[in-house]
Each structure stands twice: as structure tokens, then as C-alpha cells.
Write a protein that binds this ligand. Structure first.
Ligand code: AR6
Length: 172
């Protein structure tokens, strides 16, 4: 637990080795945290996303790709595509779990030691916040146990409500 840090604020302002973006399958940007990351990071990130899209046709739900971080205070951005919540009977939980796992696959592959996550899928994609937090924490704890080389995982909550949800979970 000591490697997990809860933060309330804008993910783009926190210095870290890798910043996770809640992207969409096109990888070509959007609103929410995706918009904030591309705005703050500059056009180099989008250029690289476009190259990946041309090479592999985008990024499937549950998968993630990695790029440079442009002007952001990070070395990498991991663009992860979470599921859109459409009632809960369309493998949403499984897919959100897979999304976090795909991020940890890249983290391990690139030897990344510190990472910040936003609350993937809980904004425009409408995933229930509490359920999403349970899934995120579970994957994060398991991944930290499997990869002792990872030093810090920031859970960056933009909204006070999400921050409170995590706070109550970690103090339980
Ligand atoms: N820093 C940290 N968290 C943020 C920030 C920020 N600057 N801005 C928003 N959030 P969302 P999704 C939080 O909607 O639900 C995009 O258009 C936000 O409060 O960004 O996965 C993509 O291109 C929420 O808790 O992503 C996709 O089309 C969390 O980030 C679609 O939205 C995720 O909200 C993905 O939807």
C-alpha cells in the first residue's frame, strides 16, 4: 500500500516517469483527460499516435500503446482504452481490468518505476466510479506484488468524489 499514492488534481502537472491517458480506439485525441494530455503535451504526442494508428489501425478496448510525452513532465504517455459502460452486461468489468493490466504490461516492458493513472472510463465512458475504483485498486495491488521494481503508482483523481471513494477504500 505504501507505494500507492492518492492525488487530487490535474494529472498533467504531476512529474512522473509514465502518465496514463484514458484514450479512445482511434488514438486521435478527445475530451476529458485525453484532451488535457494532448493540450499540455503538444503535437508530438498526436504525431506518434497517428503513426501507431496507421501501423496497427488504432487500439482495441482493453489494450494500451506507449508514446513519448512531449512537453509533459514525464518520459512516456501510456494511452489506454477503457470500456464504455453500457449497463454492465457487456464485459465492462473484465475489459476495465484488462485495460489496467495492459498498462502494467507496458510498464514492466519499459522498466518504468513510477506511473500516474487517471480514473479510466469513469468520465465520458460513464463507468460507475466505485466499481471502477475497486477494479483499479485490485489490479494495481496485484501488479505491485508481481513487480517489486515498480516504486510508485499515483492514482490521480480529478474530481473530489473519486478521491473520496479511493480514500475510503484504502483506509478500510
Ligand atoms: N487530470 C486527471 N484526471 C482527469 C483530467 C485531468 N486533467 N481531466 C479529466 N479527468 P475521461 P473516459 C478525469 O472522460 O471516461 C475522451 O474523449 C475525469 O474526471 O477523460 O475513459 C477519450 O478520447 C474522469 O474521472 O475518460 C475517449 O473518447 C477520468 O479522468 C473518452 O473520453 C476519465 O474521464 C474516454 O472516456
Amino acid at each position: 500500500m505504501h507505494k500507492i499514492k492518492l492525488i487530487q488534481g490535474d494529472i498533467t502537472t504531476i512529474a512522473v516517469e509514465a502518465m496514463v491517458n484514458a484514450a479512445n480506439s482511434s488514438l486521435l485525441g478527445g475530451g476529458g483527460v485525453d484532451g488535457a494530455i494532448h493540450r499540455a503535451g503538444g503535437p508530438e504526442i498526436l504525431d506518434e499516435c497517428r503513426k501507431i494508428k496507421n501501423r496497427q489501425g488504432g487500439c482495441k478496448t482493453g489494450d494500451a500503446v506507449i508514446t513519448q510525452a512531449g512537453h509533459l513532465p514525464a518520459d512516456y504517455v501510456i494511452h489506454a482504452v477503457g470500456p464504455f459502460w453500457s449497463g454492465g452486461n457487456n464485459h465492462e468489468c473484465e475489459l476495465l481490468r484488462k485495460t489496467y493490466q495492459s498498462c502494467f504490461d507496458l510498464i514492466s516492458q519499459y522498466g518504468i518505476k513510477s506511473v500516474s493513472f487517471p480514473n479510466i472510463s469513469t468520465g465520458i465512458y460513464k463507468f460507475p466510479k466505485e466499481l471502477a475504483a475497486q477494479i483499479a485498486l485490485d489490479v494495481i495491488k496485484k501488479s505491485l506484488a508481481e513487480h517489486p521494481e515498480i516504486q510508485q503508482v499515483n492514482i490521480c483523481c480529478f474530481e473530489p468524489e473519486s478521491y473520496q471513494i479511493y480514500l475510503s477504500m484504502v483506509s478500510r
